[in-house]
Design a protein around this ligand. Structure first.
Ligand SMILES: *Cc1c(COP(=O)(O)O)cnc(C)c1O
Length: 236
């Protein structure tokens, strides 16, 4: 078995154990394999091991990798492979995102959402969108502030070629599981409030290699896992 296949098995075991501990179904949690900085061959290894959803941060790298994977994949195996954009979005770079991805996790401004909606070809179906939230309140971190969410979510949900799915956050790194959980719980409460406002959202994108169990305990529906699957990155 390849290292990537073995790593995927280990991550799967962590997710399954965390789901069981939380009394949740395994099927309520999607594993997004974050392949940023890794070559197409590593993605193909993960696909061979059964992985289908991949996250990328850097647009140029991602667009090339998506095309290369599509060329390398026999038609039937390429079916069902889903690409999620999880990096910072520059407003002049929205078109390739709207064309190449099924999901975007990092929308934090209405202007970006409007451009993505205008540039999404309707025949591809709606682009699934999460609003990124600055959950730890750090001045340098990206994401909308919690108080901005109700209005932003209402406006994004009304855009024709997007489907608002939920919230995403990258909390300040913590090693203490209780502190990890506290930040994820804040995101869960914010999503509950939006649902209380009548928005039909179903996604909490939270948890990475170092804190996926805590995120699942607080309701994560997508965990974004990179290094635990593909190994340490050379650059980031
Ligand atoms: C890189 C990255 C990840 C994966 O991080 P790991 O610690 O390697 O699991 C998840 N989410 C985002 C937004 C990232 O940029």
């Amino acid at each position: 078995m390849s290292t990537i296949a073995a790593n995927l098995q280990a991550v799967e075991a962590t997710i399954a154990a965390a789901a069981q501990a939380a009394g949740r179904r395994r099927s309520s949690i999607q594993l997004l394999a974050v392949s940023k900085t890794f070559p197409m061959e590593h993605v193909l290894e993960a696909i061979a091991a059964g992985q289908r959803a991949f996250g990328e941060n850097y647009l140029q790298e991602a667009v090339e990798k998506i095309a290369a994977v599509a060329r390398a994949q026999p038609a039937q195996a390429g079916e069902g492979i889903e690409w999620h954009f999880i990096g910072p979005i520059q407003s002049n770079k929205t078109r390739p995102i709207a064309l190449n991805f099924a999901w975007v996790h990092t929308v934090e401004r209405l202007k970006i959402a409007q451009r993505l909606s205008e540039q999404r070809p309707p025949e591809l179906g709606p682009l699934n969108v999460c609003l990124q939230v600055n959950i730890s309140g750090e001045a340098t971190k990206s994401g909308a502030m919690p108080h901005e969410l109700p209005e932003l979510a209402r406006q994004v949900a009304a855009l024709p070629n997007l489907r608002l799915r939920g919230l995403m956050a990258i909390p300040e790194a913590q090693t203490d599981p209780q502190r990890q959980r506290a930040a994820f719980a804040r995101l869960r409460v914010l999503a509950d409030k939006l649902r209380g406002n009548g928005l039909a959202i179903d996604t909490l994108s939270m948890g990475m290699s170092g804190d996926m169990a805590a995120a699942i305990a607080e309701g994560a529906t997508i965990v974004r896992v990179g290094s635990a699957i593909f190994g340490a990155r050379q650059y980031d």
